[in-house]
Design a protein around this ligand. Structure first.
Ligand SMILES: C[S@@+](CC[C@H](N)C(=O)[O-])C[C@H]1O[C@@H](n2cnc3c(N)ncnc32)[C@H](O)[C@@H]1O
Length: 241
């Protein structure tokens, strides 16, 4: 919900734009772009995801081009997109060389003056993960330095989910449950999804996310607040060569 708000508060005009959604998954955002009148192309490394995305578009009566490919090897023409998005995708590209190749490839397919929108786990300071995880833990400044080094200019930066009221609720539930001898992990709470406590937790969480939304939207572009969030939205513009 907050990711959607952040994306559509940052870029408001989608109609008639050629949009490339990288790592489109099942089409969560690609569908929204198409509904707003964009010509959408979706790319994902997973054949299964692309299959589901195609089905979802068919069911919604919308059309898009889909390709199974890695970001670093996109079968797409140079300078063909007005907007290129990577929503929680580059954070999973852990190999530094592949990350650089992917960023280069994104710049290649973006039109001059076109926009590149990243919404990624990008903590203010780098958070290194063990090599067997799927998270790169790249800092926000690493993303900025990479894209600026390749000829893009950062035009907007905001935190997503700065208030984290729902996080506090989750932590409180963990503590209460641990006092009753229950497992403290989130998936354990979810596993007991039929219990009253989980239903109450789910409703309260939704309510808190809604409550924190105005603060998230209006305060998240401000430096003091955006750094409270590890999830960042970065908007770049490709400079003319
Ligand atoms: C967390 S999901 C996000 C999906 C979608 N962007 C969304 O927000 O719903 C990450 C997606 O990126 C895809 N992906 C990961 N690495 C990729 C790569 N190098 N090239 C293309 N897709 C990739 C995965 O298959 C997965 O569908």
């Amino acid at each position: 919900m907050l990711q959607r708000r952040a994306v559509f508060n940052t870029i408001r005009e989608w109609r008639g734009k050629n949009v490339l959604d990288l790592g489109c998954g099942v089409g969560r955002f690609a569908l929204e772009f198409a509904r707003r009148g964009a010509y959408v192309t979706g790319i994902d490394i997973s054949e299964e995801m692309i299959k589901i995305a195609k089905d979802n578009f068919k069911r919604a009566g919308l059309s898009a081009q889909f390709y199974v490919a890695g970001i670093d090897e996109m079968p797409l023409l140079d300078e063909s997109f007005d907007i290129v998005t990577s929503i929680t995708v580059l954070q999973h590209v852990t190999d530094p060389d592949m990350f650089l190749r992917s960023a280069r490839s994104m710049l290649r397919v973006t039109k001059s003056h076109g926009q590149i929108l990243l919404l990624e786990y990008a903590p203010t300071t780098p958070a290194r993960f063990p090599t067997d995880t799927h998270m790169a833990g790249r800092s926000c400044s690493e993303y900025v330095a990479t894209f600026e080094g390749l000829g893009a200019v950062l035009t907007e930066k905001r935190g997503v989910m700065i208030m984290k009221l729902d996080d506090w609720l989750t932590k409180t539930v963990h503590i209460l449950r641990s006092q009753h001898g229950a497992d403290r992990r989130v998936h354990e709470i979810k596993r007991t999804s039929t219990s009253k406590i989980f239903r109450l937790y789910r409703i309260s969480r939704k309510f808190l996310i809604k409550l924190s939304m105005p603060f998230d939207i209006h305060l998240s572009p401000l430096p003091l607040f955006r750094n409270l969030s590890d999830l960042k939205l970065l908007l770049f513009q490709k400079e003319v060569e």
